[in-house]
Ligand binder design. Structure first.
Ligand SMILES: O=C(O)CCC(=O)C(=O)O
Length: 259
């Protein structure tokens, strides 16, 4: 898949691009099954929810599960990513936000690059979050929320680090800055759509979510890629938080997920 000049310009203007049903249900099915397996492993890369028994996040599942690995090297996500950062890309981090329901999930407002710059020393914001919907996402299930255009301010140096049980760090944005961004006209968008939908997000796009109090799972898989010209310069975290295979991803065949 190749992005048009208009789509690339829109990405730089708004900080995101959404492709409903970029993957079919048939293609997503093996990834869903792999996601279910990966939450059953009890390794250090698995983060529990704060208030429930279920799993909140799994980092690095692409190393453990072949179907997830193929998704992360799929040309429908990798080719556009290369166009958006103008170089080859590698996986800085993958994370499954499993969000099983009944009170799971919920993330304070933040920018991912704030962490990747401070903790991993990524020199430039030449990284993307590629969000793949593993379930149907409606307004009811605590969708990903984001503020269009908020990436254009760069890193907003007004946040407080919040560290979870496995050492993942989220830089919580100060409320006054959130209010400014929304009042300035960015508004708030919700990432909704069928399973297989993909959102390409600039790493400085301010985003968050509310808890999912329904019994419906809302699993999202994030392929967080970085330009091969923008390697990390600090090496304090586990491989599953900040990957050190800096070779450019070679995409698989387009039909790889249904073979
Ligand atoms: O999946 C969500 O609800 C938001 C996740 C998020 O903001 C993050 O993992 O950085």
């Amino acid at each position: 898949m190749e992005l048009t000049a208009e789509q690339i310009a829109r990405f730089h203007e708004t900080g995101y691009l959404t492709f409903p049903s970029l993957f079919s249900r048939e293609e997503i099915a093996p990834v869903q099954q792999a996601a279910v397996r990966s939450v059953q492993n009890k390794g250090p890369n698995v983060t529990p929810e704060f208030n429930t028994e279920s799993v909140r996040m799994v980092h690095g599942a692409h190393v453990q599960e072949p179907a997830i690995n193929k998704l992360c090297r799929h040309p429908r996500v990798i080719r556009p990513a290369e166009q958006l950062v103008a170089s080859g890309v590698y996986i800085h981090q993958s994370r499954l936000n499993y969000n099983a329901g009944l009170g799971s999930g919920g993330f304070d407002w933040h920018q991912d690059y704030a962490t990747w710059r401070k903790v991993d020393g990524l020199p430039e914001p030449r990284a993307l979050m590629i969000t793949v919907f593993l379930d149907d996402v409606t307004a009811a299930v605590g969708p990903l929320l984001f503020i269009p255009g908020s990436h254009r301010d760069g890193v907003i140096d007004d946040f407080e680090p919040v560290r979870d049980a496995t050492g993942n760090v989220l830089m919580r944005l100060a409320e006054r800055r959130l209010i400014e961004l929304v009042e300035r006209g960015g508004g708030v968008e919700a990432g909704v759509g069928p399973a297989g939908t993909v959102i390409f997000m600039h790493c400085n796009l301010v985003h968050g979510s509310t808890p999912n109090i329904t019994p419906l799972r809302r699993a999202l898989f994030y392929i967080n890629v970085n330009s091969v010209e923008n390697r990390q310069t600090a090496f304090t975290r586990a491989e599953f938080h900040a990957g050190t295979d800096f070779s450019a991803i070679v995409p698989v065949e387009d039909n790889a997920l249904v073979q």
